[in-house]
Design a protein around this ligand. Sequence first.
Ligand code: FES
Length: 124
Amino acid sequence: NNEKLIKVTFNKANGDKITAEGKKGDSLLDVIINNNLDFDGYGACEGTLTCSTCHVILDPKDYDALPEKPSDEELDMLDLAYNLTDTSRLGCQIILEEKLDGLEVKVPATVNDARQLGKMFQTI
Ligand code: FES
């Protein structure tokens, strides 16, 4: 099949830039999992909106361009994310589509697993 792959770049806090590809309909979390990207602790709840470890930070223009606005559930979970910003989203809720090709997101240095609040700040 000739489905177009959509490129995403993850900028890690340590300066690493990791570019990977996903398909339309994949979440950013799917891209990380499907490409075996090594982000320790990322996506701990496997996209069930109960962890906030999949926190990413977008450029304001990309944030505004995303087709889906965050749901209340996502916003509640984001409140628990480490280093929350005005343009933060959860990676498991960002769904790729062709116009997002070339998207770059920042992955914060630390993930917070809301299921273990206060216990686990993990460096990724
Ligand atoms: Fe847990 Fe996204 S992977 S909220």
